[in-house]
Design a protein around this ligand. Structure first.
Ligand code: G3P
Length: 218
């Protein structure tokens, strides 16, 4: 199971990378704007910087909405670094773009997936990853994890190689439940990843070990 961090913040990316468990990074236009990365050149430079920190797949999202424009943008993004995965929205134009990019062996991540049918179409078009948005479904009283499970069943039924990249995860239990379901990849904010490390019994057990060691080695 791969762990990606869902941020454009370089300090958070470095911190997660130093933990030794990071396999990649996902970004989106909102995460870029949050870091005040604006203007096409700055955005492209930022992707290159992320690629220099993490040795793994780095999702870079297109901003265009038509097939021709998405392909043009995708080709620029893919040329930045071999680890770039072009993130394409789940629309008709997006599907055509994924099909085209897959024929050119450019890796893609089909984003904004909210139904099993959307995931099935993206897989048929040859997407490298599909990104079901778990938290955003939970936000509207739907079941985001059930969607991940449905996609797992469908992909296993037909042996699709498209990887399930569970996204919009908000907490450590989302990550654990995605692991149980068999999502190939999770992407989550740093705080949700780091929350997996903590357990009160680990803290109290360690405090006891330290105290006992010090007692015996005064
Ligand atoms: O990876 C998708 C993610 O960035 C969306 O997360 O929390 O905005 O729903 P969120």
């Amino acid at each position: 199971m791969k762990f990606f961090i869902d941020t454009a913040n370089l300090n958070e990316i470095k911190e997660a990378n130093e933990l030794g468990i990071l396999d990649g990074v996902t970004t989106n236009p909102t995460l870029m704007a949050k870091e005040n990365i604006t203007g096409n050149n700055n955005i492209l430079k930022h992707y290159v910087e992320i690629c220099s920190i993490v040795d793994g797949d780095i999702s870079a999202e297109v901003n265009a909405l038509t097939f021709e424009e998405m392909v043009a943008e995708a080709e620029i993004l893919a040329d930045l670094h071999p680890n770039i995965v072009v993130k394409v929205p789940m629309t008709s134009e997006g599907l055509k773009t994924i099909k085209y990019l897959s024929s050119k062996e450019i890796k893609t991540n089909c984003t904004l997936i909210f139904s099993p049918g959307q995931a099935l179409l993206a897989a048929k078009a040859g997407a490298t990853y599909v990104s079901p948005f778990v938290g955003r479904l939970d936000d509207i009283s739907s079941d985001g994890l059930q969607l991940v499970a449905q996609i797992r069943t469908i992909f296993d039924n037909f042996g699709f190689e498209t990887q399930i990249l569970a996204a919009s995860l908000r907490n450590p239990m989302h990550i654990i439940q995605c692991a149980e379901i068999g999502a190939d990849v999770i992407t989550a904010p740093l705080n949700a990843i780091k929350a997996l490390i903590k357990h009160p019994l680990t803290d109290s057990g360690l405090a006891q070990f330290v105290a006992d060691y010090q007692k015996g080695n005064k």
